[in-house]
Ligand binder design. Sequence first.
Ligand code: FAD
Ligand code: NAD
Length: 475
Amino acid sequence: MAKTFDVAVIGAGPGGYTAAIRAAQLGLNTVCIDDWKNARGKGSLGGTCLNVGCIPSKALLESSENYERALHKFSDHGITVKEVAIDVAKMMARKDKIVDTFTGGIGLLFRKNKVTSMHGRARFTGKSGGYQIEVRDGENAETIEAKHVIIASGSSPRQLPLATVDNDRIVDNVGALSLPDIPKRLGVIGAGVIGLEMGSVWKRLGSEVTVLEALPAFLQAADDQVAKEAFRVFTKVVGLDIRLGVKIGSVRNSKKSVTVEFTDAVGEQKMEFDRLIVAVGRVPNSANLGAEAVGLKIDSRGFVDVDEHCCSSLPDVYAIGDVVRGPMLAHKSSEEGVAVAEIIAGQTGHVNLDSVPWVIYTSPEIAWVGKTEQELKAKGVEYRVGQFPFIVNGRARAIGETAGFVKMLADARTDRILGVHMIGPYASELISEAVVAMEFGASSEDIARIVHAHPTLAEALHEAALAVDKRTINL
Ligand code: FAD
Ligand code: NAD
């Protein structure tokens, strides 16, 4: 007899593990199946985010930022540090320990919430009564049955046929998070989120970093003004060599170095790198789900086809996170996981994709929520803009991070906030206030009338709200 469950969750990334915990909390007998193995060949829960994504990248960003502060910024405070050095192996060991703590923690959360955890690759094999799902771990296979299925199989790096990843000289996010040494010359293909975050880590540690981006515009998803300021700071202050409008001609891996031939506005060029990061987007993991066995609809780009409630083309089958439409972000995945578990339990789950915040953890950080100014213009929406620079914010001065600004966009007629965009210190934390405001349908005047503690970075958001009505106090 096959083991039967109310809910089977495929994937234990932030989408899947959160969905499984919430389903179990709601009294549903839940199994979560995941096939991730870490570098030591051991099953490791948490998916991309915890193993080779959000968590390890932020650990390395913090280490590299501390190194850079000690090298270049402490002296401004009158602090002399002699013989600053970076031990890459120790930095990586710290990162690995953080990853192990969090991935191990999910096992504990599963036990606490009575989620059954299975290691192996899951695929649909049929439907009679419930859905039959084969769980295969090497030679061992077991079939389970579930009334409801939540697909949370995530995504994988998009491959560039010209540049075969060996995770030694040519690396994707997995290799970029585990380089054994500091490359003198680091190439990055793709000036997206991973390219900029990982490029920043290795630049701070001493690499000469060249970023090759296909599009002629920088950070297209961001507000144009933020993208422009980011490009200025990253190229002029941080020192990233960012080339736009690049067409890669060839990539040659000699095992000692990588030679990239490309053309851009300057013409044909050739550069040699010690390592090359390829970060050209991610593709959904939908090929190995056994979709054909049950007639699950997958769209032309490989995403599981879902409606606004994450319902797939099949009854009682849902899909969430990176494997479906919408931004590929951990918090979007986990919120969809909660929503779907609640829908299965008969409640009303919902995720508002219009107020999912974006954060890029560069220095300065970039964060936004809602519509960009160019989107509002394209839609013909009438709006007012308020902007406030960090250079006149007391806390930013005290921290010594004064680049950037906060920009608020509000409806010209109703004053409702339509978007908030920022580049500056701790933008990742500041954006939450804007998300709450937008979810509560706040106007710029609401933020302008709320007391903000002094001196805080949040005062820049307050002043940006005042600026919408042209009544900033400190500028
Ligand atoms: P995943 O995390 O990809 O998890 C899917 C899991 O399902 C994996 O364990 C996979 O092995 C497993 N699986 C797949 N198919 C099967 C199957 N058939 N059977 C069993 N198991 C299966 N997002 C942020 O919000 N903030 C960040 O700072 C951030 N930083 C990132 C940094 C990097 C370098 C990368 C690569 C990504 C980053 N992301 C970040 C994106 C974030 O990691 C993803 O959006 C998030 O992990 C998606 O969650 P998920 O649960 O949908 O899928
Ligand atoms: P991305 O979509 O952010 O950027 C990929 C970039 O590569 C784009 O600018 C694209 O134009 C460029 N590109 C594509 N093909 C190219 C080519 N042939 N030559 C040169 N450039 C090319 O993708 P990513 O950086 O790989 O990250 C994947 C996803 O992971 C992100 O979109 C995001 O959803 C998630 N992520 C989030 C965070 C965060 O939230 N802080 C961090 C890392 C990753």
